[in-house]
Design a protein around this ligand. Sequence first.
Ligand code: SF4
Length: 517
Amino acid sequence: MSYEKTWAENPKLNETEKKKLVKDGLEIYKDIPYYAENGFDSIPKEQWDMFKWAGLYLQRPKEAGYFMMRVNVPSGILTNNQAIVLAEIARDYGRDVVDITTRQAIQFHWLRIEQIPDILQRLENAGLSSAGACGDITRNIVGNPLAGIDRNELFDTTEIVKDVYEFFQFNEEFSNLPRKYKMSISANTYNASNAEINCVAFTPAVKDLDGTRVNGFHVKVGGGLSARPFLAKTLDIFIRPEQVKDIAIAITTIFRDYGYREKRHLSRLKFLVADWGVDTFKEKLLELTGPLPEKGEDATEGWNAGYFYGVHEQKQDGLYYAGFNVPVGRMNASELLEVARIAKAYGNGDIRTCNSQNFLIPNVPKENIEALLQEPLFQRINQQPQSFIGHAVSCTGIEYCNLALVETKERLRRIATYLDEQLTLDVPVRIHMVGCPNSCGQRQIADIGLQGVKMKTADKRMVEAFELYVGGTLLDGGTYNEKLKGKVDGEHLPAVLYEFLSVFKTEKLPNESFFSY
Ligand code: SF4
């Protein structure tokens, strides 16, 4: 290693930290061929967690030896070949399941260790990687899925995201961070990348510098969800697009060297930022970067929550993109193959994933739009979905996740379908469901957040239940939703939501949104 591990002598390091000092997470790549050759039983239990650095988790139950794999899709941008390769992996090894995550990544299930070398090779050949998709390392960098084609972007962020992503990929100077580390880079003026929930976020801004109006970024730090959610706060700096990588490296260095490594539940960057405050954080940053100009004007105009349904004009004359709904983010391999075929037949082949667990097809000439929309696939994967299913986001849940307390994905799909049958509203209501406090389904930013818990019934049975949270948004810097009293058992949840939303429908003003209600 070419840097000093300043924390190594701390006697209070947690057990994970001690393990990481002995063996860096990325070293799991060296072990995978041996384990693949010798089978799941050859993997020592204490090594299981290290697979995260390769984007691999053991799915529930761990002893069964099936892995979940998350593949990075920086800014959600996939080429046609990459989409085909991902679909083929799901078809050949992943029992046909393809999930789009809330960080624009692709997730597989049911993988065996024997299959991992071939999967990694296929990914590498396609210019894809699962490295750092999990673990205490820089995760997939989320961004504007419309980068380069967006009428609402200050400038194209495609190359910036690529540059930063590639710098941190397999970079052993930054593969031992105190905890997971999430970055967003977007110049979309509708905050398509959910800036405030990231550890570090680059957001669009403008500033007069030496008499010239310059497009660049503001920088937010210290956001994050889970049990103690924080909204990222803006540092008083303005940076030019070409400075993003250096600033990202400096902030990550601060997190690596000063982040907390004693209690894992207090180790995210958000806790360091909360303790230091943004002014101290900025001072420390400037020690590494040298002077930077103060903030300019924020160019963010609103929040679209990552939704792009329907057909829209691109910044390129004559070209359009079409946004589609993947119900609760789950599709099968043949559907993804069909999306790739359609994207190639009518567009330039590219596909973009969104953090609303959906996708869009860009670069479609006007004359191809009608035929594209007639494709039979788009009866289920709809460009104008019904309101509730179109705004339902769910984490993986008990089907595969070891931390889950309840079933989520299929349950939310059923609930949203039921609500669409029963209720018509003139505004969307975004419902997010998570199976535990870790919030992979980002319940804190939902209009209605549903968080799984266990509950004892009157007749003393333990059942799956939900806490209800209301009023989350990332408009105007963001407000996390607030918990309502009590819990609702899973069985009665659809009826309770129906009653609740019926009151909303009756009492609201025309076009009044759930947040402003
Ligand atoms: Fe698993 Fe909890 Fe994340 Fe859902 S929110 S996928 S249950 S860790």
